[in-house]
Design a protein around this ligand. Sequence first.
Ligand code: NAD
Length: 476
Amino acid sequence: MHYPELKLFIGGQWRGTARGEPVINPADGSILATLPHAGRQDLDDALAAAEKGFRLWRATDPAEREQVLQRAAANLLARREEIAVSLVLDQGKTIKEARNEVRVAHDRILWDAGEARRLYGRIVPAAPGMRKMVTRHPLGVVAAFTPWNYPLASPTRKVAGALAAGCSIILKGAEETPAGAIALVRAFQEAGVPDGVVNLVFGKPADISSHLIAQSGVRLVTFTGSVPVGKHLASLCGQHMKPAIMELGGNSPVIVWDDVDAELVGTLSARAKARNAGQVCVAPTRFFVHERVYDQFVDSLGAAAEALKIGTGLDPALEMGPLANERRLSAMQALTADAVGRGARLVAGGRRMGDRGFQFPLTVLADMPADARAMVEEPFGPMALVSRVTSLDEAIARANALEFGLAAYAFTDRASVATRLSEEIESGSLAINHFNSTYPDMPFGGVKDSGYGREGGAEGLEGYTFLKSVMQQAKP
Ligand code: NAD
């Protein structure tokens, strides 16, 4: 099976380094390749290249930027199968999910490509002879840090957003799953993006972020990852007065009300929870289910979880792959043991599958104690935690009880319930009667500890720009 050669991309050139770390296949623990790590000189070269690239790119007609992005999107799609296989190999997702990730990346680039031409300013009414204009400008070099769960779709948001707005970028891809970022950068290179506009590095995350954030040439930091790392990077940004987009973790609530077909919602929930083996920042996790449909929902969710086709490799019928790394496997084992130890009822899963690779089944825990660790931390794995509720007040209070506020879901046919939830749930998104919380044309991001800034939607490029107020009088 094809896995790409791993390199850094700096100033329009692919380069290797003497240092490197192995990349592991989560299906069986074998080594796929060695990833070069950037040293100080590589980072400084990347910054110099990105500053040069920015001067060129900011002066490029937005219509031309749009075309480069469109070509990059087409390049990704043209190589969809090869890229999808590489995502299966280093991340562990199913081939179906990997193909979908390529499609999602394509769609996100196309959306931002169009937005490049819609970065409107404003004319403010003024006295005769005076022009008051609010204009929008690209910030400059962006330093972007992306995680291992969506190795292509996550960097796509940042690269497409930055480039559409006229910024250049230094992307630090995920070291454990580097193939997606490499495929993305290659698609842009072959689309004719000028040298230095897109740069890709890998290495020790903490060394790269602390070095780049301190540089005056870096004008924006964008990070997707965990809350603790996000808070650390936000504090570094504060020290150096850098604006930041922080897309952090969640522990998303799902409110299932008494007017729905609980059996159907149970089945849909198992499929949604299995996506990317639960390693999704918006994964549905805490299910608050009305007491009247509770037993039916738990039975259906448990049965659907046990019926999932879980495995490794390229079988298109697979519904869930292995976890991406050993840390997640230990976390799932510890969180399950903690929940059961506090009185939760294990309905499905709960134990590692096999002894090679990192497979863990979809685990359903019912009658969840509110103080179980999985109910307050971000489990980031295939765990569905079900609790019985008796009133909407209780469901809303429990949904809002955590410091997270990324995504939320609800299933109800009642307009009054849906309206209250859309007004009172504290989260960046709310999906009602389905499980999709990201669309290219909708802004995505969190509130509370889940971060700030938005990616995608009509607002997606705002974070990459600054406003200038120009007040121009006809004569002195
Ligand atoms: P982690 O918190 O150490 O790392 C999370 C991500 O941040 C990784 O991609 C890592 O490379 C990066 N990172 C870590 N320290 C960094 C630093 N100082 N500077 C720049 N980047 C840094 O833990 P992990 O085991 O890799 O992931 C586990 C947790 O991360 C999960 O429980 C989940 O909460 C979170 N996570 C969230 C997302 C998301 O989409 N929001 C994605 C992946 C992981």
